[in-house]
Design a protein around this ligand. Structure first.
Ligand SMILES: Cc1cc2nc3c(=O)[nH]c(=O)nc-3n(C[C@H](O)[C@H](O)[C@H](O)COP(=O)(O)O)c2cc1C
Length: 191
């Protein structure tokens, strides 16, 4: 059961910089699908630069990275909305998570035992299943607590969202609602 006496905060990140991103649209729809006791805050990877060990050694982690690390650390869960590139995860998204994992001594605070859910959208037929699988070793390495209670694989995204990025497919809306409810319940159980 979801504990209605407290607000659950989920940080949601879409792994695309594209203005018309289907994955950003899916994340916005997810934010509307959560229960009233949950706030899904949309975070962006746009300000996160390419990882550079020299920059880290000389200046530490960039401000945008530090701020997002702190938001994740104080959240109850993390939702990654992933595109699929070349049957794997997109470099820009992985780059963001790599920065967020620095310095390594902070990984436990940011990611340790953090409930994490994965979903994704593609205009193709595969629903991002290979991208979602490619995230698993990363989530394991960071010591997260992934939720495997359901899968949300959005195929044919060009028909699922309208030109303005609104979710217009009622079947996907219903899948999204039950996916988010399941993730919220998982957070309630382990959080
Ligand atoms: C470099 C590159 C590789 C891609 N590889 C795949 C792929 O392996 N599987 C797939 O379903 N779509 C693939 N696509 C298409 C993406 O799913 C599509 O561009 C999608 O719109 C990206 O997500 P976004 O809408 O959130 O930006 C690829 C796109 C790019 C740019």
């Amino acid at each position: 059961m979801i504990d209605t006496n407290r607000t659950t905060t989920i940080i949601g990140i879409a792994g695309s910089l594209r203005r018309g991103s289907f994955n950003a649209a899916l994340l916005r729809a997810a934010a509307e699908a959560v229960s009233p006791a949950t706030r899904l805050e949309i975070a962006s990877i746009r300000e996160i630069p390419l990882y550079d060990g020299d920059v880290e050694a000389e200046k530490g982690v960039p401000d945008a990275v530090q701020k997002l690390k702190d938001r994740i650390a104080s959240s109850n869960g993390l939702l990654l909305v992933t595109p699929e590139y070349n049957n794997s995860l997109p470099g820009v998204f992985k780059n963001a998570i790599d920065w967020l994992s620095r310095p390594a001594k902070d990984i436990a605070r940011v990611f340790g035992d953090r409930p994490v859910a994965l979903m994704g959208a593609t205009p193709g037929p595969g629903g991002t299943i290979l991208a979602q699988s490619a995230w698993l070793p990363v989530l394991r390495t960071l010591g997260t607590h992934p939720w495997f209670g359901a899968r949300l694989l959005v195929s044919g995204a060009g028909k699922v969202f309208d030109a303005a990025g609104n979710l217009v497919d009622e079947h996907v809306r219903s899948q999204l609602k039950s996916f988010m409810t399941g993730f919220e319940q998982f957070i309630g159980r382990i959080g």
